[in-house]
Design a protein around this ligand. Structure first.
Ligand SMILES: Cc1ncc(COP(=O)(O)O)c(C=O)c1O
Length: 371
């Protein structure tokens, strides 16, 4: 089965190992095992005494119960545990998309949401978010593209790369658009839990629509990307179709991953409070820099770990990022890898000293490039 190159992953493979300042990353500083055990007041012996058998098939009851607390109306039968959100998204596509199905994908987004259905033979329509709308969908335009024959709408809320979060009323309207034609909504909610203000967890599509599917993971919200653990949350008939495919590629996730994820979610308030503080610190550094940088314009991110920044130079984002890294070691992700040239994705959740220095270096480089 042919599939398009995953452009963001290719970029990381090529540039990450040599980066002196990595501003392309979407994670918040990761937790170590000892930090996690201390933060959650766990006994080290519990870890060392674990027998390394297969785990419970769909994820332990303890873990699925913990995940269900991240939603309003879900229980363990609505959740299956996967290899990261990347595994969750793929399994949902394999379970639901047939050749010739119409799939509407709201971009920019994680490339899985259009390249996997395309590889299955679906008729994929991209709906482009616009900066002038604060990176939120225009519902009239969305309704038009969805029409009456869409099988799945794929979206990412809060959004990577823009940091936009769809207001609740708008999310309900998107559900109405989907419901009119009986479409599923696959909402990648991997950044849900990282709203910068108010309740860190916004409304989930799984709680408000019977054909709403939420995917999530430990990678961003809990700073535990190394667990490689995520989930699908949806109505039990959808979970059952997902599990039919899951039997062929997962068996179970690792016992230790399941355990670490359980204790992290059971102590979510402590971890998330710490992470929001970090995000607000990083965001302030980014916004202060952008205010004083005449060649840069950005919509303030309201959630998540990244901003999508417009630059004012007559070169492609790919050439800009390749040149910047070659000259300075500063790594930024080109918008072209997310289908929107003229923009750059900057992550602000990690290592603030480096963030501040790297942005200064970037400004100096922009000045030189303009001459
Ligand atoms: C929107 C989105 N979905 C899914 C993933 C994959 O997440 P995970 O590490 O849980 O597999 C990422 C990773 O950057 C992402 O940004």
């Amino acid at each position: 089965m042919k599939i398009d190159t995953f452009k963001v992953e290719k970029w990381f493979n090529k540039y990450e190992k040599d980066a002196l300042y990595d501003l392309a990353d979407t994670c918040i500083e990761p937790l170590s095992i000892s930090e996690l055990l201390e933060l959650t007041a766990q006994d080290y012996e519990d870890v060392f005494n674990k027998k390394l058998n297969y785990g419970e098939i769909y994820g332990s009851e303890r873990l699925r119960s913990a995940v269900s607390t991240l939603y309003e109306k879900q229980n363990i039968s609505n959740i299956t545990i996967t290899h990261g959100a990347i595994g969750a998204n793929q399994l949902v596509m394999l379970a639901l998309v047939e050749p010739s199905d119409k799939v509407v994908s709201i971009v920019p987004t994680y490339q899985q949401h259009y390249s996997i259905p395309k590889s299955i033979g679906a008729d994929v329509k991209l709906y482009f978010l616009k900066e002038k709308n604060g990176w939120l969908p225009d519902l009239k335009e969305l309704e038009q593209i969805v029409g009456n024959d869409t099988k799945i709408i794929c979206m990412n809320n809060p959004n990577n790369p823009t940091g936009a979060i769809i207001p609740d009323e708008m999310l309900y309207k998107i559900v109405e658009i989907a419901d009119r034609c009986g479409a599923y909504i696959l909402c990648d909610e991997v950044y849900r839990g990282l709203n910068h203000q108010g309740n860190s967890f916004g409304v989930s599509v799984a709680d408000i629509y019977e054909k709403g599917i939420s995917t999530g993971s430990m990678s961003k919200v809990f700073s535990l990307a190394g667990l490689r653990l995520g989930w699908v949350c949806a109505a039990s008939d959808i979970i059952s179709s997902v599990n039919s495919h899951r039997e062929y590629n997962t068996i179970s996730v690792g016992i230790l991953d399941d355990y670490f994820a359980s204790i992290a979610i059971e102590n979510k308030d402590k971890i998330i409070e710490q992470n929001i503080k970090k995000l607000l610190t990083g965001k302030k550094i980014l916004l202060d820099w952008a205010k004083n940088e005449s060649k840069i314009r950005l919509v303030e991110p309201k959630a998540g770990t990244t901003a999508f920044v417009h630059y004012d130079l007559p070169i492609s984002s790919t050439d800009l990022c390749a040149g910047l890294q070659k000259d300075t070691g500063v790594m930024i992700l080109p918008g072209e890898t997310m289908e929107l040239d003229g923009y750059l994705r900057i992550g602000f959740g990690n290592n603030f000293e480096k963030l501040e220095i790297a942005l200064k270096i970037f400004s100096e480089w922009l000045d030189k490039s303009d001459k």
